[in-house]
Ligand binder design. Sequence first.
Ligand SMILES: C[C@H](NC(=O)[C@@H](N)CCCCN)C(=O)O
Length: 434
Amino acid sequence: YTEEQQEEDAAPRGGGRPLAAICDPSRLPHRVVVLCFMCFLGFGSYFCYDNPAALQTQVIQDMNLNTAKFMQLYAWYSWPNVFLCFFGGFLLDRVFGIRLGTILFSLFVCVGQIIFAAGALANQFWVMEMGRFVFGIGGESLAVAQNTYAVNWFKGKELNLVFGLQLSMARLGSTVNMNIMGWVYSRVMDATGSPGHTTLGASLMIGKYYTLLCIGLQFTYKATRLSLCFTAGEVIQLTDVKNFPLSLWLIFIICVGYYVAVFPFIGLGQVFFIEKFNFSPAQARAVNSIVYIISAPASPLLGFMVDKTGRNVIWVIIAVVATLAAHMMLAFTFWNPWIAMSLLGVSYSLLACALWPMVAFVVPDHQLGTAYGFMQSIQNLGLALIAMAAGAILDTRGYLFLEVFFCACICIALMAVVALYFVDYLKGTSRLEP
Ligand SMILES: C[C@H](NC(=O)[C@@H](N)CCCCN)C(=O)O
């Protein structure tokens, strides 16, 4: 990432004339415009991320899969990011810079979705897996870029709220996906006359247009020459990773222990609610999407609350305990699952708003992309392994054992966040809050 690129990114455009507030990076109107562009980044990526979950029954039937093979679609998303996510963050910090990096990663998201849909059209599951591989390279590094943008522009200001707003737009993408893809499939089936891989591929190809939205916005953003204020000078070294503090490693463990009980669960949730609670497919889709439906409005509100109260670690403890309670309700009771899923929606939103900003409190700005990349690499290693394990457990031992397995994962996150509380407490001055 050359000096010229840093100067290009950092120097506001105005030629010496006073900039209008909306073009002045130091003014709130400019930051609001930047935030709007940042929020759209997540919409397309999250819309496509859970395409398999929204069409679980159709994908399994049309491609003739079992659950373990179906979950490979999530595993192939995560496998490249075990390594590439880390390098994606390093490339952002050191090579491309955040603007060019974001555009490149957005292109991977769109191309990956096209390959994924083409695999269904061609009735070649391995092509669908390759599409998820390419999509994953872009999707996770795009999330790293989004987190880095947020800290670069809003650290010390409304950082938890900004993470909440970004997550809100991402959840909106997931919610639209969960509730529209089944309808799209039905309409395409009416047009093609029958279900099958062709109908599935055409439906998924329609889904890619949402990812085009985030790419178009990035080009717009670059075209308007809006700039980004970098703290020039310090440059990440790959060897910096060995100096990451213990509190950051504990944040990584919390992240992987928690998310492996959320994304794979939602990926398998639709059939779970049909089989355990005798829900119709439409009811199952609705209750499975309530996590995202709640998270969309709740994330900014909870982010604002965390901004005002601080105590991020305490909020993460509360979120993890509430999530454990939700999974135990789903595992050991037949209580209305809307209760547990609503609790999961609120706790998941609180966790995301309070956990991700903490990275910015424990590493210097020039290491942010690498730190977020490493965090998502570890998260994706866990997601890839658990996605495969969850599919295999379900095929062999059923949902009760799977839910107990998810509860055990959440307990690992709980032990890590309690350890983080004491590590932060023993430091005397709490560093884990804005
Ligand atoms: C903020 C957090 N993001 C992640 O966990 C990403 N690794 C997942 C990205 C999935 C879509 N590309 C979250 O979603 O809570």
